[in-house]
Every structure is written in C-alpha cells, then in structure tokens.
Ligand binder design. Sequence first.
Ligand code: ASP
Length: 316
Amino acid sequence: MAHSALVQDVVLAVHGGTGIPRKRMTPELEKRLESGLENALRAGFEKLAAGSALDAVETSVRVLEDWPEFNAGHGAVFTEEGTNELDAAIMDGSTRAAGAVAGLTTIKNPISLARAVMEKSEHVLLISAGAEKFARQIGAETVDPSYFRTEYRYQEWEKAQAEALRNPTGPRVFMSDTHQWGTVGAISLDKQGNLAAATSTGGMTNKHPGRVGDTPILGAGTYADNAAAAVSGTGHGEFFLRFVAAHETVALMKYKALSVADAVEEVVNGQMKPAGGEGALIALDRHGRFTTARTCEALYRGYITSQGKIVVALYD
Ligand code: ASP
C-alpha cells in the first residue's frame, strides 16, 4: 500500500488507528469515527490559535481518549486478564522534552498525565503503580477501572480469548479476521515553527498484563524533532519498537535527506512490512507537509490546514 499524497499547509493531524476492513464497517460506526476525528481536530485547532503545538496535540488526543470508538482511554482494549492498561506519550519537538506513562488503570486521560510527567516530574517515563501515585500527587483526574470498558471491546476480547483457547499454540493477541488497531495520535506544527506529537492507546487486545507497546516509548510510536518531523504510529507495537519506527522516520529525513513521504514509506512498507509488521505512521514535517504510510486497508485519520479546512478519511 503506497503512502497517501502529500498535503501542504497542515497545522494539525490526527489518527484513530488502522481500524477494521471496509467490508465490516457500518454506516453508524463510520459516522461516529469521522465525527470523533473532526471533533479532535476542531478542539486542537482552537488550542493552536492561542497556544502551542503541544497544547494542540494534547487536546486532540484527549477528545479521542474520551471517544468510545477508539482504543484509548474510554474504549480501550482488554488484556488477557480482562483489565484495561493504558499507555501514552507526548513530545515537544522544539526542546525534545517528553513525558510518557504506561500500564495505567485509573487515569481518565493518560495523555495529560504524560504531559504532567514531562512538566512536573524529573523523569520521562513512569509506569503502573508509580505513575498512579504521581497522578494522585498532582491531582490528575482518576476514574474507576470500569470506566474504560465498552461492550464492543469486551466482545472483541471474548472472541480473542475463545480463539486463543481453540489454538493454544497460535498468537494470543490477534483475532484472525480483524487485525485492527485503534490507537490514537496527533501531530502539530505551530506558528513558531514548533512540532509536537502525542499518542495514546489501550494496547493490543488480549495482551499479556504488563505488556508495554510502542506508544509510550519515545522513538518507537511517538517522536517529534523540529529539525525534521512529528510522527505518531499505530499497529503491531512490537515491530514499531524493534524498528524504532518514529525515530527512524526522523533519522532518514535528517541524515539521508529523505522527504517526509519517502521516510514514512521506507519505514512502514520498506522495513517493517517485509518483517511481518503491520500498521501505519502519520507524519508532519517542519514545512507543514503531512503524509501517511500504512500496510493495511484502513487508516482512520484527518488533518486541518492553517485556513481551518478539515479533511477526514477512513480508507483510500
Ligand atoms: N501500537 C499499539 C500497541 O502495540 C496498538 C495500536 O496501535 O492500536 O500498543
């Protein structure tokens, strides 16, 4: 699957994962997904007018975390033990300051906690109980773990469990006909020329408890560097980790002078796909050029230009 055409003059872009094949899409779900992406873009764009790229990506991702159809925050997928464990990261391309969290079970908006780790702690990555403790210290909004549950994700998990039982030596994190990922992400370029990236996820259905994917690992699922691009990924996280996908994109641009479109294409379809890695990257370069690359049919995504023109798409 080739990368999408390059779009110019983009100030903010979002994704909601690689999603389900078109043949399983319903008009109702399509509408909900599109309106989630649009709302996220609108809210982020409003922030961008008065604030920074960092504010914009945090705001957009919060909207998508709250939107039940995406695999982040409310609507996250389930672990093998039937729990929800959330990961997120945010990065400022101007300073390469960053914050990340993993294995959260009671934090309503993991992306905002990631930002707090960046701004209010001496650290970059906090996990599990320690991250939850930090959240309480700074007064982050907490919820009962049941808040994250949606019926759709629960049924998906039951199917995955049944499949794992039927085929005990097979993969545990996949359902055969639905290789789908619904992680959310946002990338932005502000008027000061600063880039930022943010990504948030529930991970992969039926993942082992304690499994951490690419999303909160800087360079793997999330990266921003003013010298090149802001990048956010979605897909089979183990591959994004092994190929350090987001940073690889930036490195190809910086050290091999690849365009943003060629860089994401090289990482997604040139490097990861031949190794069996499915997924997608979205990227925005320092000139406001936006592009995506993916291995699969669907990629829920959208962008907004400096003039406020919004475009969202799930396929094509
Ligand atoms: N990349 C995420 C992970 O492996 C999953 C996703 O993109 O939906 O945790």
